[in-house]
Design a protein around this ligand. Structure first.
Ligand SMILES: [Fe+2]
Ligand SMILES: [Fe+2]
Length: 130
């Protein structure tokens, strides 16, 4: 793993592995957009991102629950918001609508990566007291 990814590690191996897979997908999507790939190619990556995010968020919420994090409600709401927005952008990509989905999808993948280093990192001070 390159040092660039270490900023994303929270110290729970199964969560870290899922985060790495999600971040890799967001980068692949970014690369596909910048390389002007066809909407169908982006859509297939986006579908992988959506299913990985769905299962990761559910898994993470289960793992974090015993820590009773102060921001738990907000964290879960952020997961829901990310899934809703990703689903909405998916429709835009599928219909290749209005030619601006590339910009919106790039922003969304950026927000998804940042979620890990903001919301998910909140677990760190609580790791000794599950
Ligand atoms: Fe996460
Ligand atoms: Fe999260």
């Amino acid at each position: 793993m390159s040092d660039a990814y270490k900023v994303y590690l929270i110290g729970i191996p199964e969560v870290d592995e899922e985060h790495m897979a999600l971040i890799k997908l967001t980068r692949e999507i970014g690369h596909a957009i910048i390389s002007n790939r066809a909407p169908l190619e982006v859509l297939s990556l986006l579908d992988s991102l959506i299913s990985s995010a769905q299962s990761h968020f559910a898994h993470e919420e289960e793992i974090f629950a015993p820590y009773r994090l102060p921001g738990e409600k907000k964290h879960k709401a952020e997961h829901r918001m990310l899934l809703e927005q990703t689903g909405a952008v998916r429709n835009m990509v599928a219909e290749d609508r209005n030619g601006s989905w590339q910009e919106i999808l790039l922003q969304l993948t950026d927000i998804m990566s940042k979620h890990v280093i903001t919301y998910d990192m909140e677990i760190l001070p609580h790791l000794d007291t599950p």
